[in-house]
Design a protein around this ligand. Structure first.
Ligand code: GLC
Length: 443
């Protein structure tokens, strides 16, 4: 089944644009005239619809605002946001199912930084190397740019970047006599327990321990901040997760619950459970992405005010380097889209400095353009203040065409270890052989 026949059966008929029609009919003007008469002419000057897939707009409505601004420019096509699942794993599965059935009429994909290798290896996204020359690439932060680069080609434009960070309640820490946030995980536990005891706050620390992609990010942060890793940095086909450092990392994660610093429920927490736990004032500390800062003091979360919230890099195991998981989202184009030029127009708009700044200031989603990090309005935002140490110490999850399979294994083992169902040593051993198998089968 070709995409075109799929399009023909589509109920909106949105892809019944001029180019499609000419291609389908093999004719010329006659087709165009009929098309004009039906009033559903498309891209490149008509009234085509460009489908942009992305999760729900939870960044203070900024995505909808920008799409509207773009559409108001009347470029000759209209962008429609197709709302995909908020959970990145579920979103990816949906996308993959559509691509495998060759049935996707999505044009631009808002895609997680972990996706491009896999989407590119399958030929599902367009090579943008010619549209996005080296001179432009140089304006972007290295790590997000690496996420869209696969086998020397560039498959997308970095849209916004994420790094796992430690949030703390400045007022509560101060009241319990702490002048700064914890530098080590051991200090975090102590401080969390003390503030909870002193001030009767419900929780000490909340984070994302559920069995899903965010749980992988959290688990990896414990592994990295203990000096462990998943793959050998010098040989990406070599799995090295079965190490004392990685096991110690997972042991520290589990100790957040066993020490009482974190509630048992964090083993089912995603971002959407973390937000209210911290922003309703029920937790002293939280691990989350930068966007959560912008929620403070909004009508959804009036209790905790922005000036009560402090942010900084995640703690480490004593003596180790700072580390946080590289997150973020890229803009990619469906290789089969009939609107390649229009898609590029839209991507250029969304990733232009003005739009990135708007989202950063209003919703603390961080820009991927290096220059913007020194913009006065942006560099004073708490997630990037003090030279943005978390952003400078990000680690990428494994870059692999099989990442989604590797992730499922990590989701399983990290969550089981957090709940105490398997020991950290057993978890990393199991992962060692399961990840090796995935890599061997793939190569
Ligand atoms: C954020 C990150 C993304 C990560 C996801 C996990 O959206 O930007 O990279 O995979 O959280 O929940």
């Amino acid at each position: 089944m070709t995409r075109r026949s799929e399009t023909l059966r589509g109920k909106s008929g949105r892809k019944f644009n001029r180019r499609d029609f000419l291609k389908m009919s093999g004719a010329g003007l006659a087709g165009a005239a009929v098309l004009g008469a039906t009033g559903c002419g498309g891209g490149g000057g008509g009234s085509g619809e460009l489908i942009f897939s992305m999760g729900p707009d939870d960044a203070q409505g900024t995505m909808a605002t920008l799409i509207k601004r773009f559409n108001d420019q009347n470029k000759g096509f209209k962008v429609t946001h197709r709302v995909m699942p908020a959970d990145t794993g579920q979103y990816f599965d949906k996308l993959r199912t559509e691509f495998q059935a060759q049935s996707s009429d999505i044009d631009v994909i808002g895609g997680d930084v972990i996706w491009p290798a896999q989407l590119a290896a399958n030929g599902w996204i367009a090579d943008l190397t010619d549209k996005f020359p080296k001179s432009e690439q140089g304006k972007f932060l290295e790590a997000p740019l690496a996420s869209v680069t696969y086998q020397g080609k560039v498959y997308g434009v970095p849209w916004y970047t994420d790094a796992g960070m430690l949030y703390h309640r400045k007022d509560l820490l101060e009241k319990s006599g702490f002048s700064e946030p914890p530098k080590t995980w051991a200090e975090l536990k102590e401080m969390a327990n003390k503030v909870v005891q002193d001030q009767g706050v419900k929780y000490g620390f909340v984070f994302q321990g559920d069995q899903y992609e965010g749980g992988v990010c959290n688990g990896l942060e414990y592994i990295w901040t203990h000096g462990g890793d998943v793959l050998d940095p010098n040989d990406p086909n070599k799995v090295i997760i079965d190490s004392p450092e990685a096991a110690a990392g997972l042991a520290t994660e589990a100790s957040m619950i066993s020490s009482g610093a974190a509630p048992q429920a964090v083993s089912t927490y995603q971002e959407s459970q973390t937000d209210p736990a911290f922003m309703n004032g029920t937790s002293v500390f939280a691990r989350n992405w930068p966007y959560m800062y912008a929620l403070a003091g909004t009508s959804d979360y009036p209790k905790v005010k922005p000036d009560q919230v402090g942010m900084g890099p995640l703690p480490v195991d004593d003596g180790n380097e700072l580390a946080s998981c590289l997150g973020g989202w890229d803009m990619l184009i469906n290789a089969n889209s009939d609107m390649q030029d229009e898609a590029w127009e839209f991507i250029k708009f969304m990733t232009a400095p003005e739009q990135m700044k708007f989202r950063a200031v209003k919703a603390t989603v961080l820009p991927t353009r290096t220059a913007l990090l020194s913009d006065p309005d942006i560099k004073k935002l708490p997630p990037v203040a003090q030279g943005s140490p978390a952003i400078r110490h990000t680690h990428a999850r494994p870059v692999s065409p099989y990442y989604s399979d590797m992730s499922l294994e990590m989701q399983d083992q990290f969550n089981a270890s957090l709940k105490g169902d398997v020991s950290p040593e057993k978890a990393v051993k199991t992962l060692q052989s399961n990840l090796e198998r995935i890599i061997q089968q793939g190569s």
